[in-house]
Each structure stands twice: as C-alpha cells, then as structure tokens.
Design a protein around this ligand. Structure first.
Ligand code: BDP
Length: 597
C-alpha cells in the first residue's frame, strides 16, 4: 500500500535521489485565495525561504511568527531523462499539504510529522524544468493530530490555540527529495528476528510491484555475505550472529535485489540490527537481557529553525546524551525526522516512537490541568470518528516508516489524553488493535498517562504492554517547601498501582522542573538550578523503591519553545540542557546516577 514509505531515499545504480533542499519561494495566503487564483502555476509575489525549516522564527514581526492559515512554497526543479517511476518525497509537510506539479494536483496529506510521497511520473516533463508548489496549512482542530483550535482575535487575526505545550512550528520542516526509481521496484520491506542459541533467524518480507525474482542477502561489517535467500518472503539464517545491543550496536547491511535472469532490475540496501524485544513480567528485555531506560523526552526544537531538521544539532544532542550515560529517548510528541532513528540505530539508543496524538483534552493549559489531575472531557464529541480515522492512519504510517529500526523498541500511541471515560477506552482499544496488527516485530505498545489517569479511574492502562507515566510530584503538585508531601503522595500512588496489580513495568516518561539557567539559590527555590537537582534526587528515591519501575526519561532534554503565557518564560525551561545545548547543574547529577545504573 505504501510505496517507499519505509525506504529512506538512496542512490545506487538503479535509484537516484536528488535533494531539493535550499531556498524556495514562499508566501502567506490568509484569505485562502491561492487555489482560486491559480497560485499552483506560479506565486504572484513571494519571498525566499529556506527548506528545511519552520518559517516562524525566521521573521522579525509578530504577524509572521504567529501566522495561522494557508501558506505556499514553490520552486522549479529539473527532471533528468528517466524511463521508470518518478516520485517526490517530503520528510513532512506540517500540518497538512496539497502538492502540485506543473499546476496539477498530485497528492494531499494530513498530518505534519510523517513523509508525504507523490508519484509524479505522469505529470512531469522529463529532461526539462518543472514547477513544484505546495499549499500547506498549520491550523489546529479537534479532528486532526495534534489537537487544538484556532482563535480569532478582535482585529480579525487568527492564531493557533494548541492543546499542547510546544510551539506550533510549521512549514517544510524536513528534507525534500526527487526520487527516480525503476518501473518495477522494491516498495517496502520488513524484518523480524528470532534468536536461536548463538544463531539468529531473520524472517523477511519484501513488497515489489512486479513478478521478477527477489534476492535478499545479508552482509556483516567487514562486507562478508553471511546469509542469502530468494523470494519475496523468506528466512535468513545468521550463524554466530552479532547482536544489536543497547549502546553497543552492531549493524548488518541488508541488500535486496529484483533480477530478471542475471539482469538487475532494482536494488535497495539498508542497515539492520538483529535484536529481540520483549516485556516479561516486570522487565523490559532486549535480546533476553533486562534493560533499565535512562534518558529523556525530547523535542525537535531549536533557535531560529524551529522544528526544522538540522544534522549538526542531531549530532550534538546524541553527543550530550552519550556523555550523560543515557540509553533511551521518547520522540515526544510526534514522529521525528528519519535521520534521528538512523543515528540511534548506529549508536545503540532505544527509542519510544510516539505518534502525534497529543492534546486530546480540551484545554490550552493541559500541562497544568494534567499535572494537577483535573478532569477535562474529550472523547464524547461528534468529531471523534474523524479524529480516530486520522489517528489510525498516522499510526499506520509511523509503524510502516519506522518498523525496521532496531532502535525503535516500542511505539507510544498517545500522550496524556483523557482516559477516564468508557469513550476513551473504546477509542484507544481500536488504536491499539490496529497498531498490533501492523507491527511485523510485535513490539510493545504503550502510551504516556497524565496524573488524572489514576489507578482507580483510568480505563485505558490495561491496553498497554508497559505503562508510561508523566508525573510532576514536587513541581505541579506540592512543589518547593512542600516537597516532602509530594514524596508521600508519589509513594501513595505507586502503592495504589501495586494494589491494582498492574503487572507490566512502569517507565516514567516525564518528570521535571522548570529551571532557569540564570538562577541559583541556597536554600533552593523553585525555578533555581539547585531545586531541579533536589527534585531529581527525591524522585530517584521513589523510583528505587519499587522493582516494577523500569525507566526514567526526564522531561525534557533541553529547553524548548512553547505558546506564550504566564506559566512559561520564553518557553518551557524543564531542560536538563539549555536550548543552546549547554548543561544545567542537573546534567551532572543525572550523569553520575546513570553511570552506575
Ligand atoms: C506534560 C506534557 C508536556 C509538557 C509538560 C510540562 O506531556 O508536553 O511540556 O507536561 O508541563 O503535561 O512541562
């Protein structure tokens, strides 16, 4: 069904991937007149804007930064002479987009954090310059993911009202490729692993759009072929397999070919890591070995580029996480650019891959309401069926895209929704069923629960394989001088979960304090660096008391931009690192703890 979604663009003797990154033409379309006025054939007036990048922080004026509505990107691109299939691949169009080539609509896509693929074979002029335009839109509503609303100010200006705590960055945030493929081609592949003593069995399935023979071979790091098989479905036996281990990755190269007699029709290669994942009782097992998760919830967020992809930033973040002795992060609150997963595969990091199902609670202050356990209804409304449809298709796209990454050991299907009604249960039961049906590796499925999802009230915890809790005891609840109360309340909740008999492991996917890098105070006060350190130490004492707690992902790796408001000081400051990726004092506390954990 998805042609190339799991295949990161590569170039070899049969495939050519050309980057279309660079300066594009750009303009806002506040009255949504672009289509009527035929802007897809050429924008009447535009400015130059870089791709990939969010547009918001490139400007110096409020209107552009907070713009909410339609906006257009366009550029010309040359298409070489080519006999086969021609596609465009956008890493993402946030939050939705319509793509036109030479004025003809080629696709439209809902959801801003997964690739948009368009087959443009029939509408491009080969050997000539072609025209590409994208009508994008960054409005939020309750039918799409993430959820939010659009607010119209008295002067008519429309701005985003997110039900979530990160800035509504939008645009062409990821790389764009022109991809030339053979007509008969490899469209998708998946792998699954079984360990058998020292050997490993790699079950694979390749999807092509033709009937010619498929050959699959596996090469070790030294380039030796260690296993081979023919057919679209089969098994590779790897003797004395090198396993992909946490923070000690070993990657094999999987080569797939379509051949006609001895003639090569298409070829694709990718790095794979042999490892198994299992939740057993209170433990998370990778290759049968227990792992305790240490790391962060993150964001794709940086000064000026917003959520735009940036390789040096990726490198710096991994270096910081390695320095901290971390082994895991959650792609809160949406699937990240594909490069994040490829690098985690290489570095042996574990990823909880999260779909953009955030803001499923009708409140622009979710983070406060959620933290305090306030009930806000959500799943009773008439727009829910449409939301569910989007949720299911984004889960499917995410799992299809990311299923072959050894780093991805679990999928998170929500962040902090309302979970206390039977409506919520029915809704999420369908989401989990779908996810389990699609994942060829049968990985654990989970979701991050907020405070209101308490043991006595939550109607969704039974759906997960391990539970992710976001808890702010000592911040939103009983902070500062009240912290000893927070600790008691925390223990009380843990005991209630124990009594409830939740058998799976619990991982803390959020806990943290807003901390200004400029503030020091003895004795500590909330917002000071000292308080962040003390808060973490108090949380650790609780974590270390219960053997079913199997991980701690601090909120957040770095400070990040949010909607403005009285709870945020130029963004969320819960970072262990500043937005510039320099450590706060708490980084040293965590580094020491994780060295021996
Ligand atoms: C949680 C949200 C997260 C927020 C965080 C906070 O999952 O997105 O940024 O709280 O308040 O509710 O910092």
């Amino acid at each position: 069904m998805y042609d190339q979604l799991s295949l990161y663009p590569i170039t070899n003797s049969k495939r050519l991937s050309l980057s279309l990154d660079g300066m594009w033409n750009f303009c806002f379309d506040p009255a949504s007149i672009g289509e009527k006025e035929n802007w897809m054939s050429g924008l009447h007036s535009s400015i130059s804007l870089p791709v990939p990048s969010s547009f918001q922080d490139l400007f110096t004026d409020q209107y552009s930064k907070n713009y909410c509505g339609d906006f257009w990107y366009e550029r010309d691109f040359f298409v070489p002479e080519h006999d086969g299939n021609i596609q465009l691949r956008f890493g993402s169009i946030t939050h939705r987009g319509v793509v036109y080539v030479n004025g003809v609509k080629v696709t439209e896509h809902e959801g801003g954090f997964l690739p948009v693929l368009c087959d443009i074979t029939s509408c491009v002029r080969k050997g000539e310059v072609n025209h590409l335009s994208v009508k994008a839109n960054n409005e939020l509503n309750e039918r799409s993911l993430p959820c939010g609303a659009v607010k119209t100010l008295k002067n008519g200006t429309r701005i985003a009202a997110p039900y979530f705590d990160f800035f509504n960055y939008a645009g062409l945030n990821r790389s764009v490729y022109l991809v030339l493929l053979p007509e008969e081609r490899i469209q998708d592949y998946s792998v699954n692993y079984t360990l058998n003593d020292q050997d490993a069995l790699v079950d694979y399935e390749v999807r092509t759009n033709g009937e010619h023979e498929v050959k699959v071979s596996l090469f070790d790091k030294e380039g030796n072929c260690v296993a081979q098989s023919n057919g679209k479905k089969g098994q590779l036996k790897v003797e004395k397999a090198h396993l992909w281990k946490v923070r000690n990755a070993y990657l094999y190269t999987l080569k797939i070919a379509i051949e006609d007699g001895g003639k090569l029709i298409d070829a694709y290669e990718d790095k794979i890591g042999i490892r198994t994942v299992k939740v057993e009782g209170k433990r998370i097992l990778i290759n049968g070995e227990e792992v305790y998760l240490k790391g962060f919830g993150k964001h794709e967020d940086f000064d000026i580029i917003g959520r735009g992809f940036n390789l040096p930033l990726l490198k710096r973040d991994y270096e910081c996480m390695k320095w901290m002795n971390a082994n895991c992060f959650r792609t809160s609150h949406y699937p990240y650019a594909e490069e994040w997963y490829r690098f985690a595969d290489e570095e042996g990091f574990l990823i909880i891959d999260e779909v953009a199902a955030v803001g499923m609670m009708r409140s622009t202050h979710n983070f406060v309401d959620a933290g305090m356990g306030k009930y806000t209804s959500f799943f009773e409304t008439p727009t829910v069926p449409e939301l569910l449809k989007n949720h299911l298709s984004q889960v499917e796209e995410m799992i299809t895209r990311d299923k072959n990454h050894p780093s991805v050991f679990a999928f998170s299907l929500f962040n902090e929704p309302e979970t206390t009604s039977s409506f919520a249960h029915d809704y999420f039961a369908k989401v989990f069923e779908k996810a389990r049906e699609i994942d060829p590796q049968h990985r654990p499925m989970t979701g991050a629960f907020e405070k209101n999802s308490a043991p006595e009230k939550c109607q969704c915890y039974m759906l997960v394989d391990f539970m992710c809790l976001n808890r702010y005891y000592g911040w939103y609840i009983s902070g500062g001088p009240d912290i000893s109360d927070a600790v008691e309340k925390f223990h009380d909740e843990m005991k209630r979960w124990e009594a409830k008999g939740f058998n799976g492991p619990i991982v803390f996917t959020e806990f943290g304090t807003d901390t200004l890098a400029t503030e020091h105070k003895l004795p500590s006060v909330m917002w000071s660096q000292e308080y962040q350190c003390e808060y973490l130490e108090e949380n650790f004492k609780v974590f270390d008391t219960y053997d079913f707690i199997q991980g701690e992902l601090v909120w957040n790796f770095a400070d990040f931009q949010t909607t403005e408001g009285i709870f945020r000081v130029n963004g969320n400051k819960k970072g262990v690192f500043t937005r510039e990726r320099q450590p706060k004092d708490s980084a040293f506390v965590l580094k020491r703890r994780w060295e021996n954990k």
